[in-house]
Ligand binder design. Sequence first.
Ligand code: MRU
Length: 345
Amino acid sequence: MPEIVPLEWTGDALRILDQTKLPLEQAVVVARTPMDVVNAIKGMQVRGAPAIGVAGAFAIALAVRAVDSSDLLRMRNYLADIGKQVASARPTAVNLKWAVDRVLKVVGQATSVADLRRLVEREATSIQQEDVAANRRLGALGAELLPPDGTVLTHCNAGALATAGYGTAIGVIRAAWEKSHTLKVIATETRPFLQGARLTAWELSQMGIPTHLVVDSAAGSLIARGEISCVVVGADRIAANGDTANKIGTYTLAVVAHENDVPFYVAAPTSTLDMSIATGKAIPIEERPAEEVLRWGDKTIAPKGVGVRNPAFDVTPARYISAIITEKGVVRPPYEEGLKRVMEG
Ligand code: MRU
């Protein structure tokens, strides 16, 4: 199967497969400074919780390379400041802050600037490699939950593009399909950024997995008509009680799935768990620019002057989630206990 490589570290730059151009064009953005990475995250050239975490980690590696100083204390202060700017590029996905904090921790352990350079690059590379391994593992665990010849509905893009590779929700779908080759997928288009139409449909068709694309508003009716065996989505942040932030529209799907007794699964690596917050109420929800809603490609589609709301994520209460699939195990309700166990394990 062809592997999609969303992010590639070259030693002095981060090559980012530009997700704003897919699937029409496979263009690469070359980030040479931390601010190049921040802009690529804000502009969603790289997107998806684990992917922006990996990009954020390499942004710190780029910051280290940009400064020619042997003053360790000065370097640490500078990196702490850059770290704040990188971690706040997008607020909802906890993976970004998690990855930046992890790299800054090794900055604190370095004994010289040369040592610091080596440690930061090594840590960012580990974060990238560990994410692929986690996705493969959770993919295999999640595949056990999927009916061999059913139809899975997924929302947004939680595939290789949204991670360091392989994908979370798409990783589960991919692992299940590899076992039986009879699974089918319904992908929602995911207005306004069209992650489903542009990215998920592209990834699944690259892998030869039979996929139908639907407009977001068709999903509820397909679930109610018994055409969907289960729903599998990714996550941007999971609170200690299992409440899950994910792409806007996820909550609606979860409620409809619950109403129709259709299992609703969340697939995410443990780097997406935020045990510091008790419930989803504390998750910050990003509001994106109005232009994303007002336009379709280059065309304006709404009347001039109309007000716009563009929340990019919503929070699905834990009671609607049948299981959370992590690389350390499948967690079922009650989530407080199970999530604690996988975090400690
Ligand atoms: O705004 P996006 O495209 O970054 O939102 C992405 C999602 O909501 C994904 O489902 C989530 O990050 C999980 S990706 C493995």
